[in-house]
Design a protein around this ligand. Structure first.
Ligand code: GLC
Length: 661
């Protein structure tokens, strides 16, 4: 059951798609005080687990730390970072009884989950103007399903988006891009997507391309498509200030950019230097900004990633003259990095108090609705795609997000590092993101910042085989990490190949989760309630209805310990097409997993379909599937054309019975 408690005059965030009965009186859990801002508190019993917060740091169980919902461009994801790119204000307190809490509030919010006092959950924000949804249910899993119904269906990408993609900040010339595709194709390494980071643009101007490198961009897009490659350009939030640049001119003329209190357009320096932010909280401006995507869809583009949309601000003209001079110098001489020591975050500098939106609820200062910016930038694109080609699916994912954006696009988890701990963080975030409706998600495989190593990349890819977004991405100046940069690249060919062999299964499970409001990645406890060990396991995750994942995330390990809540079939994909299968009893095991092997566990009585190896999603042959798993088990395979929105009804899906050989 969902009860909605309304405090003060909430801003209409549009996070929720359904209706919930308004409640009054006392909450079924905890207490609220609205005397000095908003403060929710509740007692945590020793054994309670707190799930949720989507894209947030630390554990699957969020207890013992303080998390801040204030979308932030911070690229150092250390163990103590509190604010990341997203604001997903949904929690579940799971104990003898379980309760879900969604704090629908668009500005900074603090979640003290047993940090100040280990036995207390405290959620606070400045203004007592918000909707609090309280969900009671049979189990945490049941609460997630109710919550997902409330917030509406998850975004569904085209099928090619389940292929592997290569990205790097620094690809600039036509030769760079062609070289990457050659590197993959010549070495028979699977690849479906090539990402265009900021350097494809003309001086970082959104919706332009560098005309010298790409004199005929539509022809380049078509040429790549002929090679089985979809190009995925980046779109940044800030529009470059430059007279004569039509998008800038039009935005200024129509007052579609965020403005200061005095009515002047707000200036923020990002990659292009001075920019203005499109006022995506104003429906008219949002439609206008969304329509710009047509420039690229007309050129044949079907996929995008939206970035810097917290929004990130390097500096503003309002900064003190001295700091600004330093920042501008660094920017000019190329020594600028977003985490320069002298730099405070835009929120701390007060930048977000300097500009306004013309929203559906009237004029509102940015800091009061800060966490909605990335959501609405992505929504601008999503709504535009509906106008551009209503039957077609486009690939879209964003860095910043708020719950509600899951209806328009997916997310990637931003600038992680080539650290072993970030493999585990990736796994844990997947389940938490799924709770909040974000199914199409993934991390920068191999790590974005710092130098990767061959073994780190291989281990991370072995997890990436299962994440809907499977992309290798790295930062300017770091070691090159395309799969063909390393020795013995047949190991990479093999690991990527497993993704394509599993593709019919991964896609089928994604679609079932998206259409059924379910999760793809689940904590073990959601599937094995009552199992005390399962409740504590954070480095293994259930995937879909059939499998359990247990990636290796430590260097120089030749395997790992796993906990099996029930008997399972341990499957390892070995190079050369060999598949190791071994039935393991419930309990603890040490399993050997070599660097070039992909492990997974099939649940007792289940089976999964398997395709022949392929180098692109389009080449996966669904008419020649075999199965892997328990004798006599059957699997309902979801299939559709992967392009349009006429989804198949579950009763029309075919059932495969193991063994299909
Ligand atoms: C941001 C993005 C990163 C991108 C870079 C340059 O740091 O998070 O993915 O490569 O900007 O566009």
């Amino acid at each position: 059951m969902i009860a909605k408690y309304v405090y003060g005059a909430p801003f209409p965030t549009e996070a929720v798609a359904g209706e919930a009965a308004a409640a009054s009186g006392s909450l079924p859990i905890g207490e609220v005080s609205t005397e000095d801002g908003f403060r929710f508190t509740c007692r945590l019993e020793k054994e309670d687990i707190v799930y949720g917060l989507g894209e947030a740091n630390r554990g699957l169980n969020k207890r013992g730390f303080r998390y801040v919902s204030s979308c932030t461009d911070d690229r150092m994801h250390t163990e103590t970072i509190q604010a990341m790119y997203a604001a997903h204000n949904f929690l579940i307190v799971a104990g003898r009884e379980s309760v879900g809490l969604f704090f629908d509030y668009p500005a900074r919010m603090v979640f003290d989950v047993g940090y100040t006092r280990m036995d207390t959950l405290a959620v606070t924000c400045q203004r007592a103007d918000l909707d609090l949804y309280v969900i009671t249910g049979e189990s945490p899993y049941d609460i997630v399903r109710q919550f997902r119904r409330l917030i509406g269906p998850s975004y569904i990408p085209p099928k090619f988006a389940f292929g592997f993609g290569q990205s790097r900040w620094g690809y600039k010339t036509r030769a760079d891009f062609c070289g990457v595709v050659d590197g993959y194709r010549k070495n028979r390494l699977p690849l479906d997507m090539l990402y265009l980071d900021i350097d494809y643009m003309d001086h970082y101007k959104d919706f332009t391309v560098n005309g010298e490198e790409f004199p005929d961009f539509p022809a380049f897009v078509a040429e790549m498509k002929d090679r089985g490659i979809y190009l995925v350009p980046i779109i940044d939030a800030g529009v470059k200030v430059e007279k004569g640049y039509d998008i800038y001119d039009e935005g200024v003329e129509k007052r579609y950019f965020c403005q200061r209190a005095d009515g002047s357009d707000f200036v923020a320096a990002v990659w292009p230097g001075d920019t203005h932010f499109p006022d995506v909280l104003n429906p008219e401006a949002r439609a206008w900004f969304g329509d710009q995507y047509r420039i690229l869809t007309d050129a044949g583009i079907e996929a995008f990633w939206n970035d810097m949309n917290e929004p990130s601000i390097f500096y503003t003209p309002e900064l003190t003259a001295q700091t600004r001079a330093q920042m501008e110098k660094a920017f000019r001489d190329g020594s600028y990095t977003p985490n320069m020591p002298a730099r405070k975050k835009p929120e701390a500098r007060g930048d977000y108090e300097l500009f306004y939106h013309r929203s559906i609820a009237g004029t509102v200062r940015h800091d009061q609705v800060h966490n909605l910016y990335g959501f609405n930038m992505t929504r601008a694109a999503g709504e535009a795609f509906e106008r551009i080609d209503p039957d077609r699916r486009f690939l879209m994912f964003s860095r910043s997000s708020y719950i509600g954006m899951h209806r328009y696009g997916g997310v990637w988890t931003g600038d992680n590092c080539s650290w072993w701990s970030h493999i585990l963080l990736n796994l844990k975030m997947m389940a938490s993101l799924n709770m909040c409706g974000f199914l199409y998600a993934g991390a920068d495989l191999g790590g974005f910042g710092e130098d990767t190593t061959r073994d780190l990349l291989l281990r991370w890819l072995a997890l990436g085989v299962f994440t809907p977004l499977m992309r290798n991405h790295s930062a300017l100046g770091t070691r090159e990490q395309e799969c063909y940069q390393f020795e013995d690249l047949e190991d990479f060919r093999h690991v990527l190949g497993v993704r394509y062999r599993l593709l019919p299964y991964l896609y089928s499970e994604y679609m079932k989760a998206a259409l059924g409001g379910d999760m793809l990645f689940k904590p073990l406890a959601f599937v094995y309630p009552g199992d005390k060990m399962a409740a504590q396991t954070e480095d293994q995750m259930m995937f879909g209805g059939e499998i359990m994942l247990a990636p290796v995330y430590t260097q120089n390990a030749s395997g790992r310990y796993v906990y099996l809540p029930e008997e399972m079939l341990f499957v390892k994909f070995l190079p050369g097409g060999v598949i190791h299968q071994e039935t393991l009893a419930p309990g603890h095991h040490y399993v050997e997993i070599a660097l070039n092997e992909v492990p997974m566990f099939i649940r007792r009585g289940r089976c999964v379909p398997l395709a022949e190896p392929a180098e692109t999603v389009g080449a996966v042959d669904a008419s020649r599937l075999t199965t892997l798993g328990y004798e006599g088990a059957s699997y309902v395979l979801y299939e559709d054309d992967g392009v349009h929105k006429n989804y198949t009804a579950l009763e029309d899906c075919r059932t495969l019975k193991h063994p299909v050989r």
